[in-house]
Design a protein around this ligand. Structure first.
Ligand code: R5P
Length: 294
């Protein structure tokens, strides 16, 4: 039974101290609802405004990708170093320990395999399942210039509407067809369209020329994909150049899990993203960790 007697008088009203209303500083996100901001804070570290997302969703169209044959053995040990994990619900339920409390970004579109036209995707998750899985965001592929451009944009806008009902942000993933030019002009087009149509943040590829114009013209955070496996120094340089030119972090897969030393690589990437280490300093960290000197 609730206590009714001996309840202390209230007195700590601090009447001369106005209630602080602090802005939410993540780019373009201040007007989002509390739940959305809270979920984004499980992705973008509040201290740096940046993220190291580890992405392992490749199997949704590639099947058992090199480095992801046994997620339990190769990826689970990397989880302590990731701010966020991007994966499918199948891998999440089957293999990722539910004690993982950082952000999950759920792959939410799919359909065609590598054997078919990839832009022909559908929404592949019910938003109620995303709620059930307690995810921090839903990710959807957007094929600007692709054969099924309109359908993929429509997948994204529907997910944004569903996500808005529950406070779940949507990550728009700009997929560049193999016949398209990967330049700043294309990335500006694709990222801006995703932002205009409601994506809370955007994943795109780094381009060597004019990447700062891509981040400048996109009103929400941009994270870069790693792309094909590069030598470690080159991948660290790409991450460095991207964040120095306005990216809010990386959503990196193959350049981490296909590295000779994945745990060393993700820790080196963290240093570059969150502590602004140069690529050379990052590579020193990588080598020291790889050789067990750190
Ligand atoms: C995009 O198509 C998917 O999310 C990929 O599975 C992922 O982005 C690839 O990441 P990475 O290029 O770093 O291996």
């Amino acid at each position: 039974m609730a206590d009714k007697d001996g309840i202390p008088d209230t007195q700590n009203y601090f009447v001369d101290i106005p209630l602080a209303s602090k802005p939410y500083t993540l780019r373009g996100s201040n007007s989002l609802d509390w739940g959305c901001k809270n979920r984004l804070s499980k992705i973008f570290q509040p201290e740096t405004g940046r993220t190291v997302m580890l992405t392992i969703d490749h199997g949704y169209f590639l099947g058992p990708t090199a480095g992801l044959e046994r997620v339990d053995l190769t990826i689970v040990p990397l989880l302590p170093y990731a701010d966020t994990l991007m994966c499918t619900r199948g891998i999440l339920r089957s293999t990722i320990p539910p004690t993982f409390t950082k952000g999950i970004v759920l792959r939410s579109s799919g359909g065609p395999s590598i054997l078919k036209e990839l832009s022909n995707e559908e929404i592949a998750v019910d938003v109620e399942d995303a709620v059930r899985l307690n995810v921090a965001a839903m990710a959807v592929q957007v094929f600007i210039g692709g054969e099924h451009e309109t359908k993929s944009v429509h997948n994204m806008t529907r997910l944004v509407d569903m996500g808005n009902r529950y406070g779940i942000p949507v990550l728009g993933v700009t997929a560049v067809g193999k016949d398209m030019v990967r330049d700043a002009k294309y990335m500006r087009l694709a990222t801006r369209i995703c932002a205009e149509l409601g994506a809370a943040y955007i994943k795109t590829y780094y381009v060597a020329e004019g990447f700062d114009t891509v981040t400048a013209s996109c009103p929400v955070p941009i994270v870069i994909a790693g792309g094909k496996k590069l030598p470690e120094p080159d991948a660290l340089k790409m991450a460095y150049d991207a964040v120095q030119q306005g990216a809010a972090g990386v959503d990196m897969g193959r350049n981490i899990f296909q590295s000779e030393a994945p745990a060393a690589m993700i820790q080196a990437i963290r240093k570059v993203v969150h502590e602004n280490l140069t690529p050379e300093e990052g590579y020193d960290v990588y080598q020291a960790l790889k050789s067990g000197k750190k």
